[in-house]
Design a binder for this molecule. Sequence first.
Ligand SMILES: NC(=O)c1ccc[n+]([C@@H]2O[C@H](COP(=O)([O-])OP(=O)(O)OC[C@H]3O[C@@H](n4cnc5c(N)ncnc54)[C@H](OP(=O)(O)O)[C@@H]3O)[C@@H](O)[C@H]2O)c1
Length: 241
Amino acid sequence: MSNSATLNRVAFIIGGGSNVGIHVALKLRQEGYHVALGSRNPDAAALKEQDLFPVSVDGTSSASIKRAFDLVRTNLGEPGVVVYNVGLHYQPPLANDPLSVSSDDFAKSCNLEHGVFVAAQEALASFRSNKDSTPKVFISTGNLLPFLKDMPPSFLALASQKVTMATMMDYASRAYAAEGIRFHYATLVGPDGAIPNLDPRAEVGFFNSGPAHAEAYWNLISADTAKGWDYRFTYDGKPFK
Ligand SMILES: NC(=O)c1ccc[n+]([C@@H]2O[C@H](COP(=O)([O-])OP(=O)(O)OC[C@H]3O[C@@H](n4cnc5c(N)ncnc54)[C@H](OP(=O)(O)O)[C@@H]3O)[C@@H](O)[C@H]2O)c1
């Protein structure tokens, strides 16, 4: 028997801070999902109090990501929704010298790109093993760097992460669409479609955009037909047009 009352909806979020991660997690819990929220050092007691399943995971380590998926599968079931939310901004010591980022930091940045790939692979295996009618959706948290030209040199590492992430979402979205599996690169933009306000003190901007991300990600997950892989939304969580 398979109807919405008996379906086991499971979501796994990798990179669960106080902005995007927790708001997306609580929205999905409210919509009836069992939600695993992962970061390197989760506040297990606080998450359990909110009926969320805490997972220790390093989004830059393939072994850690695989272990985390196994933990989620064993405890909650196969996830039908996976969100990859980690982003690492390694600034070069010399702002105009992109190659002054240390080799070790750039390697960590590349490990994050590998981490997104492994998370997408694990998600695909889960999505395929779960034959019920629940949505199968992978969302990576983006920014506009893959689409902008002439950005400051200090963004080299972060831009590389997001270019890889966006490319992966584009290719995977096209390759698995026929199976009903969706991949998205979801980006908060300002009302004019440009980079959102990044000032932590701004009344409205990226740093208080958790509710907008929750709304936008739920719109992607609950949509009857798939939206495009490159999905942009504004401060109210509505699509940017
Ligand atoms: N639209 C835009 O223009 C824009 C602007 C800014 C940021 N962003 C994107 O937004 C995302 C993050 O936003 P946010 O507000 O949720 O950030 P956040 O509040 O800083 O949360 C990120 C969480 O990720 C966890 N984390 C850090 N490194 C990790 C790792 N290696 N493995 C697993 N978890 C890790 C941290 O917890 P632990 O310390 O416990 O691991 C942290 O709580 C990034 O993808 C970033 O690139 C987009």
